[in-house]
Design a protein around this ligand. Structure first.
Ligand code: MEV
Length: 436
């Protein structure tokens, strides 16, 4: 049965305290999921034929948990975010108006490597003089994409000195619309290679998409109040943490890893190619020759924190695994995104939120404490705690600095028996009140 989505915000209080059933019901209402889709989410079902279409040599499936982050407000639209874990940062951003985003057109780059060109300069001229013919050939490969306004839009040529001699690199700039684009770009690169060989007199070697998607960029910005963050000193410490990453590649790799904790999870949930996104993000971070943070943090005129992210967004909502994996399709439905451009912008907001959560934890309380409470909640649940008891047991373990399964079980036993003692103290009074 299809459930009609109801208009509600994504600011859902204490979402983490709800049972899985209650959370699912909220997600179902928010996104209009059918009962069947809810069932698929519960089991993570990936039918055999779908799995077979995703990779070769399939022997099984690897289920992983799919969580939902609430509180995301991006360009005044509410989002529930599959597989992100950071909603506190999103809540702080919401209090200041949420995230504002923008992005370029969805242009990917396809490269054709030409070697052994008798004259690289003549090859460049010949190729550029036949640009239209080459673009036409590329566009014949995907009339549907062209009819949607996409397709090969431009061609550029670079003469590249290399270890094995000078090469001529022809690059197709392809508007991929709502697809990630690897398939279409690779097909186009292969199709134009024979023309390029003829024009250059060289030999075509590689014909493949570039994962440095620097023409498909998403940006997000948000403000976070100093009071929500824990004071002006925390703002200063976060800005100092950013300055550290900007000055030092050892720190910067970890800083960007914190961003990618959000981005990669988001891409995994939506069936996008996490390896392509990771490669593009780190190469983009190093594009000036100095490996730099993907985010920037500064203090605004009110003393609050301002964050900014710029990241390649080679993500799609059609084609590939996004269309094959049932949970990926459901994740996209939960997100309620209409275009790949929108998906990329929300992804950028998630990366910014995740980075802030890490920096705040590091700058304000030390990461171990932050990690510890999540770990402690997991241990409490493993010991059998449910509902509010999870937090009570977890907090006690964190305070004692003894986050262990045996201690969780002891605390839980104490908690259960003190609850039942309290209940039995109440019983005689109730008995008096209502004597039968
Ligand atoms: C851990 O998964 C991510 C962090 O190390 C990121 C960071 O240091 O900024 C906490």
């Amino acid at each position: 049965m299809e459930v009609k989505s109801v208009e509600r915000g994504s600011n859902i209080g204490s979402f983490y305290k709800l049972s899985t059933e209650e959370r699912l019901r909220i997600v179902q209402e928010f996104s209009g999921l059918s009962d069947e889709e809810v069932q698929t989410l519960k089991t993570g079902a990936l039918p055999g034929p779908s799995a077979q279409r995703m990779i070769e040599n399939v022997v099984g499936v690897l289920p992983i948990p799919l969580g939902i982050a609430v509180n995301f407000l991006v360009n005044d639209k509410d989002y529930l975010i599959p597989m992100a874990i950071e909603d506190h940062a999103a809540k702080m951003a919401r209090a200041k108006g949420g995230f504002r985003t923008s992005s370029t057109e969805p242009i990917m780059i396809g490269q054709v490597q030409l070697v052994k060109c008798p004259s690289p300069r003549d090859a460049e001229n010949a190729i550029l003089s036949s640009k239209q013919e080459i673009l036409n050939k590329a566009n014949q490969q995907d009339p549907t994409l062209v009819s949607k306004g996409g397709g090969a839009k431009d061609l550029r040529v670079r003469i590249l000195p290399s270890l094995t001699g000078t090469m001529v690199i022809s690059e197709l700039l392809v508007d991929c619309r709502d697809a990630m684009g690897a398939n279409v770009v690779n097909t186009m690169a292969e199709a134009i290679a024979p023309i390029l060989e003829k024009l250059s007199g060289g030999s075509a070697n590689l014909r493949i998409i570039s994962n440095l998607a620097d023409k498909r960029i998403a940006r997000a910005t948000a403000h976070f109040s100093k009071d929500d963050l824990g004071g002006g000193e925390v703002v200063d410490r976060i800005v100092q943490a950013y300055a550290f990453a900007a000055a030092d590649p050892y720190r910067c790799a970890t800083h960007n890893k914190g961003v990618m904790n959000g981005v990669t999870a988001f891409c995994l949930a939506t069936g996008n190619d996490t390896r392509a996104i990771e490669a593009g993000a780190h190469a983009y971070a190093a594009r000036t020759g100095h490996y730099s943070p993907l985010t920037r943090w500064s203090k605004d005129e009110n003393g609050d924190l301002e964050g900014f992210i710029e990241i390649p967004a080679a993500v799609g909502i059609v084609g590939g695994i996004t269309s094959v994996h049932p949970a990926a399709r459901i994740s996209l439905k939960i997100l309620r995104v209409k275009t790949a451009k929108e998906l990329g912008e929300v992804m950028a907001a998630v990366g910014l939120a995740q980075n802030l959560a890490a920096l705040r934890a590091l700058a304000a309380e030390g990461i171990q404490r932050g990690h510890m409470s999540l770990h402690a909640r997991n241990i409490a649940a493993m010991a059998g705690a449910e509902g509010d008891m999870i937090d009570t047991v977890a907090l006690a373990m964190v305070n004692e600095k003894k986050v262990r399964l045996d201690r969780a079980k002891e605390l839980l036993t104490e908690l259960v028996s003190s609850k039942s003692r309290n209940a039995s103290h109440k019983e005689p009074r109730q008995a008096k009140k209502h004597p039968n």
